[in-house]
Design a protein around this ligand. Sequence first.
Ligand SMILES: O=C(O)CCC(=O)C(=O)O
Length: 278
Amino acid sequence: MLHGPKKQKPWKGPLELTSTIVGYIGVALRHRNVRTRLLCGKFAAERLLVDKFLRGTKHGTKHVSFIAGFQHFPRYFDSDAQVRLLSDVRSAIAVAPLYAPAMPRTGKLLSVRMTNCGDLGWLTDKTGGYRYQQTHPETGRAWPRIPDALMALWRDLAHFPAPPEACLINYYTGTAKLGSHRDEDEAEQAAPVVSVSLGDSAQFHVGGLKRGDAKARLILKSGDVVVLGGAARMAYHGIDRIYAGSSDLLREGGLGEGGRINLTLRRVTKYDQGPARH
Ligand SMILES: O=C(O)CCC(=O)C(=O)O
């Protein structure tokens, strides 16, 4: 995984400022007479055009379509299934506690806390960098096994003949986010990445194969699943923000801070699918 430092700050330039002022004047005058209303309508239409233009440039949030191979399954897990899955995740965290991962070289801490389940776990720290390993970096113990519900999810959506080997557990609270990155530490890239959201909603973005490509954004809610397969397998993606307090699932499920959990299933080692058949 390559976590880039890039941050996107909303840009308020003169064009947007002017259109906002015009919009407010329009509202103030709206009820005066028909001519004014028509004029306001014109301003409103212009405002929409300006917004569209800005979205396509400075904000980088143009209404682009999602890259092929990206799939979103809203509420794949219903409320009961979410509660059961969260209980599995809590059991995993009890064995493999959340820890604060750090960027390679700089040692700067990521704002998310992490742990894993599966044969392999993804981690990053100052000296070792991004990698998979079989043991927890602090306890030295093997990771707990991937919960059955997630193995079933993989069988349902991954369409890949071998099971996932890693399930990264990301825990976001408050202002935590995940910079735009690609999942590229896996030898097996024919398998998709399948990920589940639990708890607070989050704004997710997915772009293209280059960091600067236009990004499409959507809100991920508790129980949602996304799949990055095909071309999207190597697409840049990340979490812009969490809507803190938008769900009580984690708080009620025993994680007092609330927040959001993301579970990412990946196949890491190359799976030999045998000679191609013609
Ligand atoms: O939290 C998410 O939904 C995305 C997680 C992610 O992109 C990752 O762990 O690589």
